[in-house]
Design a protein around this ligand. Structure first.
Ligand SMILES: O=C(O)CCC(=O)C(=O)O
Length: 275
């Protein structure tokens, strides 16, 4: 069992995130990076824009990560034993681009209620202060949902550039991870990330999110996979898992899931962004 220990659970409750958790070996993380590079080379449009979401539907390698027992043990410590995969996103920061993620709370736009869910950020490459790791505002998850301003900044990796203003930077903590390590963060924690100033890519694969089976999607429709336990609530449409890379039917499913996700993320938005 790689369940979180008492101290880790206390830290999560107190700070709103827990990190680092050892999950994959360096070799396993490198294999995932190679999978990304392979897809990008063979199908250049597949992972860009809205396509960065839900790659676990078209790649058995990513699917396997979502069902990794070490990750699920840790997740179970937070949301209980009945767990669904509610979606995934690749956050890639290329060194020659100016990508950043503004301060935000996931709960603001994601539509999962109640908040019995957790976001898992897996480092596929090292993530550090130089290459723009996430920074977490500890304790901010205990406050209410804050106002977000939709900025639509072209380098913002969030859909509408939603931004919480006046975040006290000195009170934020860098979420430094080695490739293969994971962090878990609370729906309400304010977090963001800066520029990649290194010469290498920074890649995070984010299960966004693991949801308890009692969690509904109040802004639209999602597809889910059963990761652990039983779904007696049956709020969502369950999908099967991919057995080969880029199967035609799996691509259709990914595109359908992403169209629905776009409706959720852009609900009441003034315009549609890049992702
Ligand atoms: O990858 C990043 O820098 C930010 C990701 C993020 O905001 C999230 O996983 O909730």
């Amino acid at each position: 069992m790689s369940a979180l220990n008492e101290k880790q659970i206390k830290d999560y409750d107190y700070n709103g995130f827990i990190s680092p958790i050892d999950v994959l070996s360096l070799e396993e993380a490198e294999d995932i990076k190679k999978e990304i590079e392979f897809i990008e080379k063979k199908w250049p449009d597949e992972l860009i824009g809205l396509g960065r979401n839900n790659v676990h539907y078209i790649s058995p390698i990513f699917d396997k990560v979502c069902h990794n027992s070490k990750i699920l043990d840790a997740v179970e410590s937070i949301i209980g034993k009945d767990i669904l995969v509610g979606g995934t996103t690749l956050f890639i920061k290329d060194p020659d681009k100016k990508g950043f993620v503004s301060w935000h709370q996931d709960a603001k736009y994601i539509g999962f209620e109640p908040y019995n869910w957790v976001t898992a950020w897996l480092a596929i490459t090292d993530a550090n202060e130089e290459n723009g790791c996430m920074r977490m505002w500890s304790g901010s998850h205990k406050e209410k949902i804050k106002d977000h301003k939709d900025t639509y900044d072209k380098n913002n990796l969030l859909t509408r550039g939603q931004t919480v203003q006046n975040v006290p930077i000195d009170e934020t903590t860098p979420n430094i991870l080695k490739a293969g390590q994971l962090s878990l963060h609370h729906p309400m924690i304010v977090h963001g990330s800066g520029l990649n100033k290194s010469n290498e890519r920074r890649i995070g694969f984010v299960i966004q999110s693991y949801i308890g089976t009692n969690v509904d999607q109040v802004l639209g429709k999602i597809f889910v996979q059963q990761a652990r336990g039983k779904d007696t609530f049956k709020y969502h449409e369950h999908t099967k898992r991919p057995v080969e890379l880029m199967n035609k039917n799996d691509i259709i499913l990914k595109n359908k899931a992403n169209e629905e996700l776009s409706k959720i993320f852009y609900k009441d938005a003034k315009k549609i962004g890049k992702y």
